[in-house]
Structures are given as C-alpha cells and as structure tokens.
Design a protein around this ligand. Sequence first.
Ligand SMILES: *[C@@H]1O[C@H](CO)[C@@H](O)[C@H](O)[C@H]1NC(C)=O
Ligand SMILES: *[C@@H]1O[C@H](CO)[C@@H](O)[C@H](O)[C@H]1NC(C)=O
Ligand SMILES: *[C@@H]1O[C@H](CO)[C@@H](O)[C@H](O)[C@H]1NC(C)=O
Ligand SMILES: *[C@@H]1O[C@H](CO)[C@@H](O)[C@H](O)[C@H]1NC(C)=O
Ligand SMILES: *[C@@H]1O[C@H](CO)[C@@H](O)[C@H](O)[C@H]1NC(C)=O
Length: 433
Amino acid sequence: MQNPGTTQPQWYSSSSLSFLSSALFRDPKPKPILYTFLIISLFSILLVLSLSSSSPSQTHTRPDPFLYPTHQTHRIIYDQDKTAPPPPSIAYLISGSKGDSGRILRLLFASYHPLNHYLLHLDPSAPHSDRENLALVVQSNPIFKAAQNVHVMGKPDFAYAKGSSPVSFTLHAASILIRLSINWDWFVSLTADSYPLVTQDDLLHILSFLPKDMNFVNHSSYIGWKELRKLKPIIVDPGLYLSEGTEMFYATQKRELPSAYHLFTGSSFSILSRNFMEFCIWGVDNLPRILLMYFSNTPSSLSNYFPTVLCNSRQFNKTVINQDLLYAIYDGHRNDLRALNSTDFDDMIRSGAAFARKFQPDDPMLDLIDQKVLDRSPGLVAPGGWCLGEPGNNTCLTWGDASILRPGVGSQRLEKAIVELLSNGTFRSRQCI
Ligand SMILES: *[C@@H]1O[C@H](CO)[C@@H](O)[C@H](O)[C@H]1NC(C)=O
Ligand SMILES: *[C@@H]1O[C@H](CO)[C@@H](O)[C@H](O)[C@H]1NC(C)=O
Ligand SMILES: *[C@@H]1O[C@H](CO)[C@@H](O)[C@H](O)[C@H]1NC(C)=O
Ligand SMILES: *[C@@H]1O[C@H](CO)[C@@H](O)[C@H](O)[C@H]1NC(C)=O
Ligand SMILES: *[C@@H]1O[C@H](CO)[C@@H](O)[C@H](O)[C@H]1NC(C)=O
C-alpha cells in the first residue's frame, strides 16, 4: 500500500504497530469509523515499465482509507477479538503467455484480497496491446483502483520453462514486489493454469497463525537416474541474452554434480517467505549468487534453485516445510503435470491444498470451484470479510476494513492439512533430506 517512487506517507510508518493494535482490538462486525480524510484515487494502477532498477512510474494517490482504516492516524478502535493475530499479506506474481489475458484476470479475481499485492505478467509471446488491455481492465476496476494493489509489468521478461530464465524472471518480479510494498509476508508465483482452492480469507487466516519465516517448498536430495539425466546437461538459455526468442542451446558435454554444496530438486511452485526472498535478491550472503550462476546453465532450474538455496543455508534450512500446498498430478509418461479433470475434483478439494494446477482454459471445474468454494460470480472478485454489500449482488462494491477476515470451511481443510504437516514434529524429519 506504499506508493513506489514517492516518499513514504506518514500514516504508513506506524503500520506494524497499528496492525498489531488492530488485531488486539478487532471487531468482527465493522462499524462506521471516523475518517479524517478521504482521498479519491486517480491513478490506482501502475504500469511497471522498468526492467532494470529504475523505479516504477510514480503515482501521487493513496489507497482508499475505508479499506485500510488501520493506516489512519486518527481512528476509533472497537472491542476486540483477541484470539486472532493480524492477517498477513501475500505478494502474488501471476504470469502467462499469448492468449492468457482472460485466464490471468480470472485468476486475479479468484485470488483477490485488498491486503495482498499482485503483479501481472504476459511474456513476450503476447502482443504488447494485450498488456495494455490488461492494464486498462485492471485500471477500470473500482476495487483495484481503491486498493492500489494490482500492477502490470509493462516490459515483459523471457521465461523458457525448460531453461534458467524463469529463475531470473521470478527474482525480477519479486524484487519489483519488494520495491512496491514493504508489508507483504509471502511470495507466491502462479501460472495462468493454476487456481485457488480456498478463499483468500481462508488462506490469510491460517497463515496468520504461522511464523512468517516458513517456506513451503517440495524438495528432495535424492538424485536418481531420471534426475541425473536432467541435471547433467549444460544449457544456454537464449532468454538471458537475446531479445528475440530462439531455441535453447545444449552443449555436447555434460558435467558432474556439484560437490561444493548439496543439490536439491523440487517443483516450480512454492510459497516463499519475504525474508528468504530478500536473502535471494539482496545477495548480502554469497550463496544465492553462487547458486544463481551455477543454475544459469542447468535445465529447468526454477524447480531446483530455491530448494537448493534454502537447504544449503544455515539461516533458512530450518524454515522449510516439505510440502508446497499445491495440488497437482504428475504424468510420468509425458514428464509434465497432467491437466486435472472432473474425476479429480473431490480428491483435490479433500487434499486441503491451497492451490491446484493445471487446468485447461475455461475448464468447467473452475466454475465448480467458483460456485462451491469461492462463492464467486463471473467477472467479479471472490468476496471476503471486507465486502459489505447486499449478498447476491456485487457485494464487494461496498467495502469495509480489509483486515477483517471471514474464513469459511476452506480454512478448516487447510488447517487440517497444515496441522498434519506440523504434528509430531514430523516435518523436521523431512526437512532438507
Ligand atoms: C542446517 O544447517 C546446519 C549447518 O550447516 C546443519 O547443522 C543442520 O543439520 C541443517 N539442518 C537441516 C534441517 O538441514
Ligand atoms: C509435493 O510433495 C507432496 C508430499 O511430499 C506431494 O504429495 C505432492 O504431490 C508434491 N507436489 C508436487 C507438485 O510435486
Ligand atoms: C481424467 O483423467 C484421467 C487420467 O488422464 C482419465 O483416466 C479419466 O478418464 C479422466 N476423466 C474424465 C472425466 O475425463
Ligand atoms: C441485484 O441487482 C439487480 C439489478 O440491480 C436487482 O434486480 C436484483 O434484485 C438484485 N438482487 C439482489 C439479491 O439484491
Ligand atoms: C502423530 O502421532 C499420532 C500418535 O502418536 C499418530 O496417530 C499420528 O498418525 C501421527 N501423525 C503423523 C502425521 O505422523
């Protein structure tokens, strides 16, 4: 909720304290609050035009104080719900390719919450007009405009899934999100073929009880012949040095596995803590940089980079949970994820996962999730505790305090899954092995 490129507004500086007090003095049913001022936002959406370190285009507006009353210096605090800690915030990167604008928007609506931050990315295969249209749609949405938390990357990055450019792209996007806001806690990168299985109220509610340094990452140090076949080739990813997409370059020679550190394999999806992302991006410690250079010539390095950094770092190896909270089914024959279909629906919901992948575009399963899980109508954001309008209609057009969550049954499924993960300390025995 910080305006990038502008000096930090005053009401912002005490946010951690007001967050804390808002949690201690939280009222489940919001009452009218005394507002000192109301700012009408004019430019809510940033088209982040920078590839390098230059700061994104400036805006001179502030987020809607109705959504973030705790940021105000003068406010009335009501009686309390002492059991619930303050809700955290998630930074989402939502990315897709040519023809994915519709899916990206749908995923944005389905996973939207005013406390979160969203960065949308269409890779270079999509025409620039798609990017502009995406930004226009986002800009014309009154909710996104009020919350000022949805951004579109104006200059796209190449990201070849089979190469190493996705690591560079992911770190670039995370660094933009770090610059955009100082108050998110977890980083989640979603591809256009993913979808949430719980509401954001469910997810934020459950995450609010967890230590903010936890990382949810599938990983293994077991390197069988299959993994060896993937890890030994040397590649050069054109996405890292050519402005036009071309074929990946494979060297004829292969190399040995590293002995200076332990290699960990994993999956390309993960839920990473802000601390850890800053560790990777700031590079004060040399480990993330060394591994970045090593993985730049390794195929599919996004699956392996973060697990390897986490598990080789004394500072972070105890923060990793060997489960990424994503429901996905691997197709052994095609060596890729298989598309989920209606046969998988019950198992998927029962799994207690927070997200699932991968879905065909406009799969009827998505409509089912909207209906049964998210209570979302087509073209609208999934409602949450911040939506105060009449039920049935576009209830989120009347909004209240974004920090008021109304978790539903999804939070019970997710809680059960996480309690199982953490029970008996079994997660310790599965850490970095
Ligand atoms: C974390 O790293 C330290 C030091 O390298 C090591 O002693 C410890 O066993 C590691 N923990 C895990 C869970 O790998
Ligand atoms: C992640 O690990 C869990 C448990 O080890 C497993 O059930 C799940 O299928 C894995 N996810 C992926 C995407 O490999
Ligand atoms: C779903 O996919 C599985 C595996 O590909 C297949 O066996 C099953 O028949 C599919 N079900 C439907 C309803 O398409
Ligand atoms: C929703 O809005 C429409 C048109 O504004 C109206 O006809 C309808 O009665 C409303 N439904 C509810 C449940 O309020
Ligand atoms: C935890 O321990 C209890 C009993 O000691 C056992 O029934 C349960 O299955 C264990 N849970 C896990 C996840 O291992």
